[in-house]
Each structure stands twice: as C-alpha cells, then as structure tokens.
Design a protein around this ligand. Sequence first.
Ligand code: GLC
Ligand code: CA
Length: 562
Amino acid sequence: MIDDLWYKNGVIYCLSVATYMDANGDGIGDFKGLSRRLDYLHGLGITAIWLMPFQPSPNRDGGYDISDYYNVDPRYGTLGDFVEFTHGCKQRGIRVIIDLVVNHTSDQHPWFQQARADKESPYRDWYVWSDRKPAHADEGMVFPGVQKSTWTRDRVAKAYYFHRFYDFQPDLNTANPFVQEEILKIMGFWIQLGVCGFRMDAVPFVIATKGPQVRKPVEQFDMLRTFREFLQWRKGDAIILAEANVRPKDDLQYFGDDGDRMHMMFNFHVNQHLFYALASGDTGPLAKALVETKPRPATAQWGLFLRNHDELDLGRLTKAQQAQVFAAFGPDKTMQLYNRGIRRRLAPMLGGDRRRLELAYSLMCTLPGTPVLRYGDEIAMGDDLRLKERECARTPMQWSTEPHGGFTKSDKPCVPVIEQGPYGYPHVNVAQQRRDPNSFLNWIERILRMRKEVPEIGWGDFEVIETGDPAVLGLRYDWRNNSVLLLHNLDEQPRELTFSVGLAGDSGDTLIDVLGDQHSQAGKRHRHTVMLEGYGYRWYRVGGLDYLLKRSEVDGGNGTPV
Ligand code: GLC
Ligand code: CA
C-alpha cells in the first residue's frame, strides 16, 4: 500500500538534458550522456528524475517554448534514445517525470502557424485572439521588466493574441475541447514511452479563463480532475506535480477535497518563508507557513525545494521581510530579477558556508513533503551572473577537473561551464567529492538515505514543538505509532534548549539521535535539555530501542529500526 504512493516518501532530482552530460561531443548534453550517469544518480539515492523540457523548441525560454509535443529535440537525441533512458531508469528503480508545458506553445509550433495564417483554420480557436488591443494588455505579465505586455499584434493574423508569458509563447485556448483532448493525448504518449508523471507547468494559468474580456481570470478546477482521471486510467502510479504558486486558502482546490486533483504541488508558500528564516534567523513566520499549508488530503503531497531553475520569488513576503532576504542573499541589483526575486544558486547565497548548506538541506529533507533537489545541488554548485535572467543558475553539471568540467569534449559548450572562482569546476566537481568521505556530496548521499528511512516525514502528521527560542524550529511527526523529532537552529550562535516532546506520559523521554550519538534522556517533568551548535540540526527518533521493539510487536512491525 504505502509503496504504491511512491511520491509520498521519495526524493526527486530535477535536471535539464541539455546541460547534464554530452556524450557525442557536440557541446550539448544528450540522452546518451544522461543514461551514462544513471548509476551515479542511483548511488546518490534519488528515487525519481524530473526532466525539464526536451522536446523540439526554438529554445528561447529554456525549452518552455515547445514546437512539437511528440518528439525529442534532435540536439538531445531521438525517441529511441529517450526510451533507452526510461528503460535504464526502470532497471534501477528510478521513476521519470517530465515537464508538461501546455499553457502555451512556441510561436513556431505548426498549430500557431496555421492559426495565424488562416482565420478559417480549425487551429485558429486553439489560441486566444482579439481584433482590437484589449484595454488591460499591459497587465498580468509574469516577467515584469522584461515582458512588455500580455497581448501582441500578429501582422499575419491581423489580430492580437494573448500570451501570459513571453510574446513568443502564445497561450493555448485551454477552454477549447479539442485542446483539452490534445493535452490528454500528449500525456498518454509519454506515459506509453515510460514516464511516470508530469511536472505540470503554470497550472493556475492553464486552467484560467482567457480572453479579451477577461479581466480577472477564474480557475476552472474541474479540468484538473479530468487530467488526473485520464492519467490514472492509463497508469495507476503516475502523478501530476503542479507548479502553482498560490495562496494557502486555494491549496485544497488544487489537491481536490477528496484528493482527486493534483497529487503534488510545490510548496512556494513555505519556500519563501524558509528563505526568510534562513536570512533572519527567525523561524516564527516559517512555522506559521507550515501550519497554513498543513491541510491536504492524505494521498496528496507537497514538493519541498530550496532553489529551482527560476528566480527565488519573494512576492509573498512583507516588504520588510523581502528587504531582509535581499540584504542577506542578493544585495546587488545584478543578483535580483523581475522586481521580486533573486536569481542566484543556493551555495553562493549562503556564502558557501558548509554549516548553513547542511542546515538548509536538512530542513528541506525534514519539512512536510517530498524533497526536490536540483542537479548540482549535491556538490554545491554556483552561478554565473554574467548570463542573463534565469540562465545564470542553469550552467552545465561539473563532473571533474577535465576541460569544461568533464561535461563535454567539445570546445564550445552550449552554455559555458563555470570555470573561475571558488565555484569553478577545478574546485567544485563530482569526481573530487566522491573521493573525499567528508565532501558535501557524501553528506547529501547520507542525508537522503536517512530521509528515506524516516517515512514519518512523508506520511505523518506534524506538530510544531515549542522550543522557547524563535531561532530554533522544532517539528514532531507521528505516524503509525512512531514519532520523530527534528530540531534546527537557524542562528549562528549555539543554543541551549529546554523543551517537551509533547507526547503523553513518558513516551517522549528517550530521544535517539539518528545522525550522530547525541541522544537525550528527559529530566524532570519529561523535559529535555539539548545543546545545538550554531546552525546545528538534530534528527531524533522518539523512544529507545527497547521501547520501539516492544511497540512494533503491538503495531505489527512498523517500527523502523534505529
Ligand atoms: C514556468 C517555468 C518557467 C517558464 C514558464 C513558462 O514558470 O518554471 O521556467 O519560463 O513556466 O513556461
Ligand atoms: Ca551532444
């Protein structure tokens, strides 16, 4: 049963084929190269790969401008290579999810080309048109400062078309039943080739009403059930992971009250408050965000991430909180983007400080949800701020000290590999970190292993524990008669805490440190006193070994051994 819902206790690893590994030496990553790295990924302990768009595309938005949904861009290989890749994943027990980008197509897509060329074409109504420029054409841009409007005139069509994103990404008219059918067909196609689900791009916009008269778009939530139902008919264990940066009050609309819509959503709300906590050392707003996003159906799951391929969007924070995060992590204008976010990778944001990096990933692994790593996180890769917009955090994977970090044998990599400075490949690369038992890579591998051995986090209910110190976040998870307790000190100073686990009687008296040997036995009134180093973290299993063994006889053996 619990293994069927694999996404509740997995580790997802996001990568882009283009910048991962180039096998044929043309400077562009490809499926053959990626396939050669599957044993590396398997060893890291990830359970699913999320592939960013790899379909044919003019590539003006990192591939999020697709011109053919049923193919592999020839730069990355063939459909045959793709199937070899999914097969290789299957052999290693790794699942594959891929981006499903159906809010818009590329303007080069044949559907759009036909739609603009001929008013009578059946594809005309696949897009969203207006004869005149709508009054609110300069509102609702997703990339403010870079994108000028949401309606652009097409001289061939002699009309304006709607684009929520860049002007080369015309929105599909998702209210059109033929478009809806096509979306299902795209899902069915990739499912047949071995994928196990989709990271659905821009979900609130996909399901929004669109048109020249629409001032305030309304989400058509029923559509989400249709997608889900179809997917489950085709493949029982396939999932949709929704990109929906929405308010907590809308979460259940996306998950569905009965868990009949999206299986997973990224927790953007927690993400922003997590960065505030890392910047300020104050965990209060993070704890509040956790509680606000607590309600969800039992089968649903949050995707927990630190940084992704986009900017760190801080739009949810108050102005004062935003200012604190900018000051701590992105003080320079060049580090900021779209008047609302930071475009750097995590390691440089944290000054490469190993203690803070461990703290951040330990948090990502222990907040309620399933961790989603980004390629390069495991070796603490940096960014290249000379590259424009979000490109700075999308440089090729750094494998070794060979030229171009071992990413390619070509002298012209499609994106320059970071070479200079403390994050250059001579210092930061997989090969060196594998040889060093104390490297960040080996730490990540150990923490992911432990995360999977603590299914309480993925499955259980959590409670925020009163630690008496705003710098220290305490969380307890309970599941099937087992409990775990996680402590994180967001301050650079060591802290001494006195707290109660919050379980009845003496149930919480013994705390077993699962990452080290700093166990704790409660003193008077079942209270523990614990010392946490600056930026320290501790993972405890609640109850001693005897206690667990005794209990597992009772509950049928679900006690995970310490
Ligand atoms: C999503 C993606 C982003 C892309 C946009 C348009 O927000 O995360 O990278 O630019 O959709 O498809
Ligand atoms: Ca290649």
